[in-house]
Write a protein that binds this ligand. Structure first.
Ligand SMILES: [Zn+2]
Length: 280
């Protein structure tokens, strides 16, 4: 049996699969939940698990957690520790890498980029069927490319990152700054009769267009998937981005690219289960 885990800044979701079928699912708050201690207590109860597959919202390299902006780390060398203590194989990969593995598998393409707008702004890239990781396994940190100066500080330490405009945490910061109702969704921001709310919405869309256009220009994907909590259920964004992207990417790269909103419930968890079969 396989244990799949998707840990982000807010929730830890898990699922047990047996011969590909889902046997058990669950969810708990990430705060106060150490990933390593969660796995240990799980494996002590569930003796039939042979594989642990983890999608991790942070920087991971060769089974070692190097850093995470929104998750408390209770053990860095998690693969070696768990494999030595239990008779299992553990895979762990950055969440956006898991996401793009799942998206690419579904659309059967070798050139896919996935931009996810959640707490942050993340990107996963599969180019010619290979996951793009970079020398230190921190490639494609789209959210932290310099964009415009803001009155806030990003989790990375800078104050001009593009995710300070196009992310859940960015939206929250601007709502607080302008005194706009913190409960307004992205869609609601565009609909209310409030100049400040409209300004936040427009700045979000412009930053997202910059991020998407830059991604298309740099990586030349066949398919660009847009997903994440902020995009979910926002199908209108697909048309909006497609109609406006021309001004934000190199014309030649735009010729054959398809831009789609993700249809997946949890691409990160789905991708985590694919890690054991990915040998890139
Ligand atoms: Zn940053």
């Amino acid at each position: 049996m396989q244990l799949g885990i998707d840990i982000g800044g807010t929730y830890l979701r898990y699922e047990i699969k047996h011969h590909g079928d889902s046997v058990k699912k669950g969810m708990l708050k990430s705060a106060g939940t150490g990933l390593c201690s969660f796995i240990e207590s799980f494996l002590e109860k569930e003796k039939n698990i042979t594989t642990v597959c983890i999608s991790y919202a942070g920087q991971v390299r060769d089974g070692v957690i190097m850093g995470a902006p929104h998750i408390e780390i209770d053990r860095h060398h998690i693969k070696a520790y768990i494999e030595n203590k239990f008779n299992v194989i553990l895979y762990i990969e950055n969440d956006l890498n898991c996401v793009v593995l799942a998206e690419a598998a579904s659309c059967r393409s070798k050139d896919v980029c996935a931009i996810y707008v959640g707490t942050g702004l993340g990107l996963g890239v599969i180019s010619d069927a290979v996951l793009l990781r970079g020398h230190e396994h921190i490639a494609a940190e789209l959210g932290h490319i310099p964009y415009k100066e803001t009155p806030f500080r990003c989790a990375c330490g800078k104050s001009n990152c593009i995710e300070l405009f196009a992310s859940g945490s960015g939206l929250a910061a601007w709502k607080k700054y302008y005194g706009v109702d913190p409960d307004l969704s992205l869609q609601a921001l565009s609909q209310v009769q409030d100049e400040k709310a409209k300004r936040i919405y427009e700045a979000f869309i412009e930053a997202l267009l910059h991020a998407a256009g830059t991604t298309i220009t740099l990586f030349n994907p066949e398919i660009l998937i847009l997903g994440g909590g902020i995009m979910k259920g926002n199908e209108a964004l697909e048309d909006l981005i497609t109609s406006k992207i021309k001004a934000y990417a190199m014309p030649l790269s735009l010729q054959h690219v398809k831009i789609k909103i993700s249809q997946k419930k949890n691409a990160a968890l789905e991708g985590a289960f694919l890690l054991k079969d990915y040998h890139g």
